[in-house]
Every structure is written in structure tokens, then in C-alpha cells.
Design a protein around this ligand. Structure first.
Ligand SMILES: Nc1ncnc2c1ncn2[C@@H]1O[C@H](COP(=O)(O)OP(=O)(O)OP(=O)(O)O)[C@@H](O)[C@H]1O
Ligand SMILES: [Mg+2]
Length: 297
């Protein structure tokens, strides 16, 4: 365990941005914090990074040295800001000094991180001329220059084009195992590409947490796609065992079932009642459906 959070909350005047959250994060894991706008992702990540004082609750860090935890945490804000008059190298020099990297190691370290994020050719260029993607990469470079044990990234890919998105996700992927990573995103697909664990926040509450694979399993349900020769509504009306279904047209309907065996029972009941079944298919919900279901909770 690297972080243990108990009843962590944040209020802004009357508004509760984050309701008391309790969770823990294992050392070496990669956790995606998912949630729509205003869910409380930034507020939570900033409290974990020590940049925002919680209204209540406790955050315990283990495996990090005592004292000022921030030297062991790397943080990329949602909207990183830079001194535009600096070059990439100068900015990283400042970041490295703030993170107490030794002077004799700093130059090599700057080259190493610039190479890692693909900005070597921009080393001596002024940040003023950087594109959004380059800024995001530089932001990532400053977050990892001191090799933190815990890396917190607030929407590292949201502002990027598809290619930039994939590149930065790959960079995060290659940091996995070297440090514990926590990153926020609106997009389930981002989480799917990099992380094993997810937290789903909505309106400041933790709606779901666990392994990505378990989300689909836990929220799973099956739809039965059924096509008969005609009058599907009438045929389904006669079945007392089903109540959750959607009629598409005169011949086709989707029936919501819990288990596969239920489907077989429905099929045999329909045949018994004289329906001419022309199509029968079990359609499992996607991970996206499972996520949306949690969001509706
Ligand atoms: N400084 C502030 N003062 C007042 N309210 C705030 C402040 N910062 C955030 N909030 C409120 O707290 C809630 C959570 O905001 P937060 O920025 O943590 O959400 P988020 O999940 O990061 O959203 P986004 O996806 O838009 O970045 C929102 O309702 C927001 O309006
Ligand atoms: Mg945010």
C-alpha cells in the first residue's frame, strides 16, 4: 500500500466538491480516476499531491520518506503553466532544483527526461513557441525528473489530438512498474489502454473502485436479441416471466436477462406458443455500457 485515504473531503463554502472518500492505492499500481466534468477529480488529486488542504480526513503515505512528501510526488496539473520566456531546458533546470536534484546530476537528468518525452530537439527552444502537445510533454518531464515514487497526472491527455493522446498514454505505460501512477481522465478508453485499476467519481462521490476487468463482470447483464416472423410485441406480451424489454419493430426486440439459461427458457416458451423465431442472439454489454451504468447509480 502506498496511499491510504480515510474520509477525505473538500468543501468550498457551501459547496461540497468531494464527499468523504475512503480508499487505498497499492504500491506500483496504475489507477485511472474517471468521471465527468465537476466530479471532483482535480480536487481529489490536488489534495493527494499536497497542493490543497482537505476540509476533513486523513491521507497516509507509506513507502515515502517522512517529512515533506512532495519531493517524492510528481504532479502534472490539468492546465500546466510555464514561464514562456524560458527554454525547455531552463524550465527543467528550475524544476530539478526545486526537487533538490544534485547539481552534478541535473544536466544528464534533463537530457534523459527530454529524450523520454520526445523533446530533445526542442531543448534550447523557448516555451512560448511550443504547441499544446509539446507543453503537455514538458509538463510530464517536470513531473518525473526527480523520479518520484508517486506520479499524479491530472488529465494528461485530454487536450491532445489522437496521435498525441496515444503517444502520451504510451509514455505513461512505459513508466508503469517504475512508480505508482494515478491519472484522471473523462475517457474510459484512456484508462483501458494503461491502467488495471479504476476509480469512478461522480458529484464528488466514489461510485465504483476496482479492477477494470471486474467492472464489466460486476455490472454485466445480457441482452437477448430476438427476431420473429411478425408481431413480436404480442408474443412477448404472452410471456409472464419477462418484463424488461425493448421493441425495435414488428419483428425484433431486445430482452434484458440476467443469465443465459433465461434466454433458453424464453426461446422454448415462444416456440411452444407458436412463434416463428428467425433470429436468436445473446448480446453482452460492453465495458462502456458497464461504465455508463455505474454513472447512472
Ligand atoms: N476553487 C474552487 N472554488 C469553488 N468551487 C470549486 C473550486 N474548485 C472546484 N470547485 C467545484 O468543485 C467541484 C469539483 O471540481 P473539480 O475541478 O475537482 O472537478 P473535475 O472532476 O476535476 O472536473 P473537470 O473534469 O472539469 O476537470 C465542481 O463543482 C467545481 O465547481
Ligand atoms: Mg479537473
Amino acid at each position: 500500500m502506498i496511499i491510504e485515504v480515510k474520509k477525505l473531503s473538500k468543501k468550498y463554502k457551501e459547496q461540497t466538491a468531494v464527499h468523504p472518500l475512503t480508499f487505498s492505492i497499492n504500491k506500483g499500481s496504475c489507477v485511472a480516476v474517471l468521471g465527468p466534468n465537476g466530479a471532483g477529480k482535480t480536487t481529489t488529486l490536488q489534495m493527494l499531491a499536497g497542493l490543497l488542504t482537505p476540509t476533513s480526513g486523513r491521507i497516509n503515505f507509506s513507502h515515502l520518506s517522512k517529512g515533506d512528501m512532495r519531493s517524492e510526488i510528481g504532479f502534472l496539473p490539468q492546465h500546466p503553466s510555464f514561464f514562456n520566456w524560458m527554454t525547455a531546458s531552463e524550465f527543467l533546470q528550475l524544476s530539478g532544483q526545486l526537487a533538490h536534484i544534485r547539481k552534478n546530476e541535473l544536466h544528464a537528468k534533463i537530457d534523459e527526461v527530454l529524450n523520454f518525452v520526445g523533446l530533445t530537439s526542442a531543448k534550447k527552444k523557448k516555451i512560448a513557441g511550443f504547441s499544446g502537445g509539446m507543453r503537455q510533454r514538458l509538463g510530464l518531464a517536470q513531473a518525473i525528473i526527480h523520479e518520484p515514487k508517486l506520479l499524479i497526472l491530472d488529465e494528461p491527455v485530454s487536450a491532445l489530438d489522437p496521435q498525441g493522446r496515444r503517444d502520451v498514454l504510451q509514455l505513461i505505460q512505459s513508466l508503469k512498474g517504475k512508480m505508482t501512477i494515478l491519472f484522471s481522465t473523462h475517457i474510459l478508453h484512456d484508462a483501458e489502454q494503461v491502467c488495471d485499476d479504476i476509480f469512478i467519481l461522480k458529484e464528488g462521490q466514489l461510485k465504483w473502485q476496482g479492477k477494470l476487468d471486474d467492472l464489466q463482470e460486476e455490472q454485466h447483464s445480457i441482452n437477448l436479441k430476438l427476431t420473429v416472423e411478425r408481431n413480436v410485441a404480442q408474443h412477448l406480451d404472452h410471456l409472464s416471466t419477462i418484463n424488461d424489454y425493448r421493441i425495435v419493430d414488428d419483428t425484433t426486440a431486445f430482452i434484458h436477462i440476467q443469465h443465459q439459461t433465461e434466454g433458453t427458457q424464453i426461446l422454448s416458451a415462444l416456440l411452444k406458443n407458436g412463434a416463428v423465431v428467425t433470429h436468436y442472439e445473446l448480446v453482452k454489454e460492453s465495458l462502456e455500457d458497464a461504465y455508463l451504468k455505474v454513472m447512472e447509480l
